[in-house]
Design a protein around this ligand. Structure first.
Ligand code: ATP
Ligand code: MG
Length: 335
């Protein structure tokens, strides 16, 4: 079966890492078809819009997009194009794997293999209810947690565990202090967990989770949590295993999914051909999982690991002397 995916080349280092990623995907001969769509600064220059309707239609039609980083210019109408994409497609699950890789100069180069699943639509990041008093002395914001939002994110976590053969889901909360909001999340999470007796469920308070992640990250398998905690924890986890150049993420909704690198457009190194393509490549592996090609996803991940192990063509951020395309070719050669 052929799949058509929407490809957004993005800004800054975006086109370079997308070329590298598509080079590797092409070498895998998966029968994927690509449909190019513009967003970000590049779209503003070509079409006068940051997020053209044609791009939204392409994502809606194909239901799967692979996306490079986008630059949101200040004063462009959106606070962030990424946030607007999440809103348009109700991409409620932000899925961030953190796996230790060899030769990364990070704190853990083995033993970490976890996925953080962050609720992406509610919690402390809703835009309503933000108020600062007239005298500027007091600020108030609203946190909203719903049964529906909590149920679907926790269910996503348990379903993913089943699908990928993972054994444990850790529900991360602060219900001891945030009794109403985090309390509701925990209550619903317990109910959902009870429907999955085959998957171990445990609960952990967010502050303790941070300490445990730094001291014994190997105890975690899947973490599921609300928006703010998930934002912080997923970056903490990226830092445990080698930083931004190796951190992929997926934003998943009922009708569409967007796969991306976690890092930004890195204007400081754009155009130099030295950006690390691994984060986008690992996002492509997540995409293959999503497209029900888990063996191909594993094949791609193994080639990345083997290339890091051999330090073949690796980019300067990992201490290598290679470049974006050399790295991609070294990975393609190990597929
Ligand atoms: P943006 O404004 O798009 O968020 P930024 O510069 O604020 O861009 P990042 O792009 O996330 O933030 O980059 C932070 C730092 O990490 C920069 O020094 C950048 O060069 C480096 N970096 C990010 N991604 C990569 C990559 N794929 N390969 C190598 N270095 C990277
Ligand atoms: Mg940034």
């Amino acid at each position: 079966m052929t799949h058509t995916i929407t490809v957004i080349r993005g800004d800054g280092i975006g086109p370079e890492i997308m070329d590298a990623t598509l080079h590797v995907l092409d070498a895998m001969q998966l029968g994927l078809e690509y449909e190019d769509a513009d967003a970000g600064l590049m779209a503003l220059e070509k079409h006068g819009e940051l997020l053209p309707a044609a791009t939204l239609e392409s994502i809606r039609r194909n239901a799967v997009a692979l996306k490079s980083p986008l630059t949101t210019p200040v004063g462009g109408g959106f606070s962030s194009i990424n946030v607007e994409l999440r809103r348009q497609f109700d991409l409620y699950a932000n899925v961030r794997p953190a796996t230790s890789f060899p030769n990364t100069r990070s704190r853990f180069d083995s033993g970490v293999n976890l996925i953080t699943i962050r609720e992406n639509t509610e919690g402390s990041y809703i835009s309503e209810g933000q108020e600062t008093s007239a005298d500027g002395e007091t600020a108030v914001s609203v946190t909203r947690i719903t049964r529906k939002g909590s149920d679907r994110i926790v269910r996503y976590a348990f379903e993913l565990a089943r699908k990928t053969g993972r054994k444990k889901v850790t529900i991360v909360h602060k219900a001891n202090i945030l009794k109403s909001t985090s309390g509701l999340f925990l209550k619903v999470a317990r109910e959902v967990a009870a429907e999955y007796p085959d998957i171990e469920a445990n609960e952990m308070i967010v502050d303790n989770t941070c300490m445990q992640l730094v001291m014994r990250p190997e105890q975690f398998d899947i973490i599921v949590t609300t928006n703010l905690f998930g934002d912080i924890i997923s970056d903490l986890c990226a830092g445990l295993v080698g930083g931004l150049g190796l951190a992929p993420g997926a934003n998943i909704g009922t009708d569409a999914a967007i796969f991306e690198a976690v890092h930004g457009s890195a204007p400081d190194i754009a155009g130099k051909g030295v950006a690390n393509p691994c984060a986008l490549l690992l996002a492509a592996a997540q995409m293959l999982d999503h497209l029900a090609m888990p063996d191909q996803a594993e094949r791609l991940r193994k080639a990345i690991v083997a290339t890091l192990e051999a330090k073949d063509g690796v980019t300067p951020d990992l201490g290598g002397t290679g470049n974006t395309m050399a790295f991609a070719k070294a990975i393609a050669a190990r597929l």
